[in-house]
Design a protein around this ligand. Sequence first.
Ligand code: ADP
Ligand code: MG
Length: 331
Amino acid sequence: MPWNRPLMIVLLAGLVAVTWWRLQPADGQIHRSQLLMGTVVEIMAGGRPTGQLEDAVDAAFAEMTRLDLLFSSYRPDSEVSRLSQSTRGGEVSAETAAVLALGLEVAQRSGGAFDLTLGRLKSLWGIDGDNPVVPDRQAIAAALAGIGPKALTLDGRQLSKQSGPLQIDLGGIAKGYAVDRAVAVLKEHGIASAAVNAGGDMYLLGQRPERPWRVGIQHPRNKDAVLETVQVDDRAVVTSGDYERFFEQDGQRYHHIFDPQSGFPARGCQSVTVIADSVALGDALATALFVLGPQAGLRLLDQYPGAEALIVAADGSLHASEGWTKYQVTP
Ligand code: ADP
Ligand code: MG
């Protein structure tokens, strides 16, 4: 069964379809990768002496490792796991509160399409394990009981669970937040040119030497084809797709983005790319738009003036927000 990790392709200006990890860094750039948060995290940085770049990139990876220990659902001792185990909630760290606050806002504005309380459902499908299965309807209904945008309330750093033993899942937003933090650490180390990519959650800082960053968005049904190329600086580019983590049963594709209304993988899209100021917001919006589908998704985006999106609908048709064209590179 294919578990296609790469979501995006970063292009050297002028070069087409060179995958990110096959890229040779330009003169003076360094390129490092680490397995983190269930994906390959890549950092490319330049514009400073190599020793300074190395220190900065090491510190950025250390920061992401620290956050994984806080947010992971797979580590029983993470803060999120402890919250999941508690029946009423409790006080959370400032960082977890920040991620929860943003996630809950997107949950509310998306009418519950984005949902931080889907943990039980995700475990039931076994979507991150070796033997994912289509669960029976009763089990799905049980996993959905009590979930939704009202199931969690946050007051400052106090999180309250309204309906008992909910499993919290930050999988749709935590990686984005971690990339934002990695970029902040790079900046603290004096880096002004970098790209950080956590399996399709990407931030492009400044420019490559003398050239703007360009990101090729992978075609969701042809991994060797670039659907579109965008040019950005100091922006997040985040893609959620149904081709990254999925299994097939009886000819049907089951992937890892769930529609909380049905308890099944959302059916409206093949992929959604969001360009936003922060990766955390882009991450949450890409997941939310994926669940909502093109029409309702673009309506949600109207509430986020700084964000733009390109949606590939289930039938392969393309739907872009009005401001998308300002990032498009004309071939
Ligand atoms: P990726 O992790 O591949 O970048 P996403 O950002 O779309 O992709 O996140 C998918 C993950 O988000 C799932 O693995 C799961 O943990 C979580 N998730 C699934 N469905 C939803 C949803 N409707 N709302 C919020 N999170 C979700
Ligand atoms: Mg997401």
